[in-house]
Design a protein around this ligand. Structure first.
Ligand SMILES: [Ca+2]
Ligand SMILES: [Ca+2]
Length: 231
């Protein structure tokens, strides 16, 4: 009866490991470089959660909203162009985000650029773009398009899903449009770019756990047998 319960516990544990949801978390890059464009407000603000309200979990999630993204500590924004739409004058801003340790990514979450209690600048918020991933920091994979919406005050991130990208050390983001049809539009900006990293348990790790549990069951059973013989 005891052996059965140990075996059952081991099987339940193993099943819970196999069926447990993959671990995922929204993270920001460790650094960012400007390949094309400018920074009136620093591009590094795209890698901090400054300007966002993280909610009761106090953890970065896609539904966290920005309380203030219209200033130099919370957001990135380019220099202005004289009159009209930034994209009529300048080429698309390109930013490369880098990770100190390679990550597996299946989602990008981007918060726009607009002031709280102040819709000025909504036209300056980036609205369209694409992202490319690299495993060596030199060669990049195919472009994955995204759009940044809604543009209104106090909203969460726009999330774009894609096939899991393995061993990523760099993500290159090209912004191809802003909301210039709304007020403003002579700059391009955003508050935060975050990436959903995924950790999938490897089969080898699961085999190790399974053998370990099986060994534990055998040892417990032998001890019980030895104890029974002594008596
Ligand atoms: Ca949160
Ligand atoms: Ca920020």
């Amino acid at each position: 009866m005891r052996l059965f319960s140990y075996a059952a516990a081991a099987i339940v544990t193993l099943l819970s490991i196999i069926t447990s949801p993959i671990q995922a978390a929204l993270v920001t890059a460790d650094d960012v470089a400007i390949d094309s464009g400018s920074q009136y407000f620093s591009a590094l603000n795209l890698t901090n959660t400054s300007g966002l309200t993280l909610g009761s979990d106090n953890t970065l999630t896609a539904d966290d909203f920005y309380t203030n993204s219209f200033n130099y500590v919370d957001s990135w924004v380019t220099n202005t162009v004289s009159g009209g739409d930034y994209f009529n004058v300048e080429s698309s801003p390109i930013l490369t985000f880098t990770f100190d340790n390679a990550v597996d990514i299946d989602q990008v979450a981007i918060w726009g650029y607009v002031g709280f209690d102040d819709t000025r600048g909504v036209g300056n918020s980036a609205s369209q773009g694409f992202i490319e991933f690299s495993t060596d920091g030199v060669n990049f994979g195919p472009a994955i398009a995204f759009s940044i919406d809604p543009t209104q005050v106090g909203e969460g991130a726009t999330v774009t899903d894609f096939d899991l990208q393995h061993d990523i050390v760099a993500a290159r983001v090209t912004f191809t449009d802003n909301h210039a049809n709304l007020d403003g539009g002579d700059r391009v900006g955003a508050n935060l770019v975050a990436f959903n990293t995924v950790i999938v348990p490897t089969p080898s790790a699961m085999w190790l756990i399974m053998f370990g549990l099986a060994g534990l069951v055998v040892m417990r059973n032998r001890r019980k047998l030895a104890y029974a013989r002594v008596r």
